[in-house]
Design a binder for this molecule. Structure first.
Ligand code: TIU
Length: 220
């Protein structure tokens, strides 16, 4: 067992039963011309966390821990994209429309790939998810259960949308989950901070949070 200094109290985990889950670090959210930008956001904010995730990913791979990458994505025929999701708001380009990185949020398109700096390696899990949460309509819970995973370390974007939704889904399924604070970012700085506070409030009602330096210090 490893003990990591965290809020609201120490996070104890066995790396053999813990997965690093990197949420949606795909070009659609991090690079200009994708889904994030077409919703009206400044995507450069999200690029700042890439080095911190790279350091954690390298250390976690060296510790032989399970790595899970997720991508928010839809089938080319949009069969898994609810009308409510596609028609919400007034973005310049909607899900499925052709943008500079191919069709927005569609599986297999250039914009839907994980950014090269964090590209999955053979043996790592890549989960395509049609919703904000990583467990909704995916095999993630099954894949984690059959590997004996009980604890999660979360990173990725955006903090209050796909990361928080996934963490709440994990919490309801019985996982102990910790958010790596400097490995997640929002298009809205206030939302990131509020999300971290609501996760750790009430004795860790959703889970734990800690800077990635605390993890790097304790990994074998
Ligand atoms: N819009 C926004 O902040 N996020 C998303 O739509 N998806 C994810 O967070 N991945």
């Amino acid at each position: 067992m490893i003990e990591l200094s965290a809020r609201p109290f120490a996070f104890r985990f066995d790396p053999a039963h813990t997965a690093l889950v990197i949420i949606d670090m795909q070009r659609d959210f991090v690079e200009p011309g994708g889904f994030g930008e077409t919703l009206g956001n400044d995507v450069t904010r999200l690029q700042a966390i890439v080095p911190a995730i790279q350091r954690v990913l390298a250390a976690w791979r060296a510790a032989k821990g399970l790595v899970v990458h997720t991508r928010e994505s839809h089938e080319p025929d949009l069969a898994d994209c609810p009308r409510a999701k596609r028609e919400r708001g007034s973005p310049r380009l909607r899900i499925g429309d052709v943008g500079p990185m191919g069709r927005i949020l569609i599986r297999g398109e250039p914009g839907n790939q994980i950014i090269p700096e964090l590209a999955p390696q053979p043996g790592e899990l890549v989960i395509d998810k049609p919703g904000k949460g990583a467990f909704y309509s995916t095999s993630l819970h099954h894949e984690l259960l059959r590997r004996g995973i009980t604890h999660l370390l979360l990173a990725g974007v955006t903090t209050e949308v796909c990361v928080q939704t996934s963490m709440r889904e994990a919490n309801d399924r019985g996982y102990d989950a910790l958010l790596l604070e400097d490995c997640t970012e929002s298009y809205f700085p206030g939302f990131k901070q509020a999300t971290i506070e609501m996760i750790v409030a009430q004795g860790g009602i959703v889970g734990w949070a800690a800077p990635s330096a605390h993890l790097l210090r304790v990994l074998p």
